[in-house]
Design a protein around this ligand. Structure first.
Ligand code: HCA
Ligand code: CU
Length: 379
């Protein structure tokens, strides 16, 4: 069952480099790769060696780090790219070629028969040179490709017996979970090969689509830290973890979850951006409970309003108190944590004071504390 044994292909160092503000130095790539490896991702995908001389050198440098994660590189479907990829020493080579009418016309100008011939030639060349390299073949823009075209290409490639994995790419973020499920099902059933899903987030379905792919039998999911990538990016690692954790925590406990906040912060810093407030798990408000009704229930039992335990990710929850939606249970909890014994009437009176003052402007924690302290002194 793939959900029990799926692998993450972490593409922060490939798709992520295509994010508008990303430009990782060699040292930063080593830092990110090292932390991803500590986290436990199974594979790390790196920018094509054709991109620039440093890109090629960096693959070799990261390969030489001797990480547990397998290092993959990513190329277009041609012999020149394949030649450079082989020279990097990467343990896997991911090949992609567009099959949608848009990309066939404007990207490489080949028809489906020519794509199949070219792919057969390039894959055979690589396999002859490197019998042990992990080979993956993907179509680009799979979801705007004609289904009959897609199946012809995938079946022809599978028949060659040269690749371990077939990839499906929602390059423009247009796919729905049902569409992802349908194509992944077909590939698993018809080829028996490993299947990878790569999904962009233009219409907000990247995580749902990755999950649908796994439920349909996909074995590998592409992610990046914070979801960085072309345009607004792809399936974020943290978001995928949140999705799978809430299906069954055991799906993700193979990873060192407590490193997620560090990973998100590292990549945000290196890209010169903040972690979005709404980010899965590590967003600044992900574990803040505010309304009085919520605070009361969470203080009694966090599972009332939390489907993810912050402690599993090395994080803590927070109860916001100094606002007009507050309730006296939150105020009582604060008093208790300050070691102040106040009776219910006093706590309710302070709660009313907080609400009144917060109508003008929210109160800082130290202001609440001084209200509590002065009430305690009066007792
Ligand atoms: C790209 C396209 C790609 C490839 C995905 C893949 C996409 O920018 O090279 O090879 O799995 O989204 O189609 O990222
Ligand atoms: Cu992509």
């Amino acid at each position: 069952m793939p959900l029990d044994s799926f692998s993450i292909i972490e593409s922060t160092l490939r798709e992520g480099e295509q994010f508008s503000t990303a430009a990782f130095t060699t040292a930063q790539k080593q830092e990110i790769a090292g932390l991803l490896d500590d986290f436990g991702v199974e594979m790390i995908e790196m920018t094509s060696p054709c991109a620039s001389p440093q890109s090629a050198a960096d693959i070799r440098i990261v390969v030489d780090m001797g990480l547990k994660a397998r290092i993959l590189t990513h190329i277009r479907c041609n012999r020149a790219d394949a030649h450079l990829a082989l020279e990097t020493g990467a343990q896997g080579i991911d090949i992609v070629i567009g099959t949608s009418p848009q990309l066939m016309q404007h990207s490489h100008g080949r028809n489906i028969n020519q794509i199949i011939d070219l792919a057969a030639d390039v894959l055979t060349f690589i396999r002859e040179q490197a019998p042990d390299v992990i080979l993956r073949f993907s179509t680009e823009d799979s979801f705007r490709s004609r289904e009959s075209d897609l199946l012809r290409v995938y079946l022809a490639i599978a028949d060659l017996g040269l690749v371990q994995r077939l990839g499906v790419a929602d390059t423009v973020g247009v796919a729905t979970p049902a569409q992802v499920s349908a194509i992944v099902h077909q590939l698993v059933r018809l080829t028996g090969l490993d299947v990878e899903f790569h999904g962009h987030n233009d219409s907000g379905c990247a995580i749902a689509n990755a999950c649908a792919a796994l439920e349909a039998g996909a074995t590998h999911i592409d992610t990046t830290i914070l979801g960085i990538g072309e345009r607004n990016g792809i399936t974020p690692l943290g978001g995928l973890l949140a999705r799978l954790y809430t299906l069954d925590r055991r799906y993700v406990t193979k990873y060192n979850l407590r490193l997620l906040p560090q990973l998100d912060q590292l990549v945000a810093d290196r890209c010169g951006i903040a972690i979005p407030f709404s980010n899965y798990i590590t967003g600044s408000s992900a574990f803040i409970h505010k309304a009085g009704i919520h605070a009361k229930a969470v203080l009694a039992d966090p599972t009332t309003y939390e489907i993810i335990q912050p402690a599993d990710f090395g994080l803590t929850r927070e109860i916001a108190i100094g606002h007009r939606l507050t309730g006296w249970n939150a105020v009582r909890d604060r008093a208790l944590s300050l070691g102040l014994q106040l009776d219910d009437a006093a706590l309710k009176a302070i709660t009313q004071t907080i609400k009144q003052q917060a109508d003008a402007q929210p109160l800082a924690l130290h202001e609440i504390d001084s209200l509590l302290h002065s009430a305690a002194v009066q007792l």
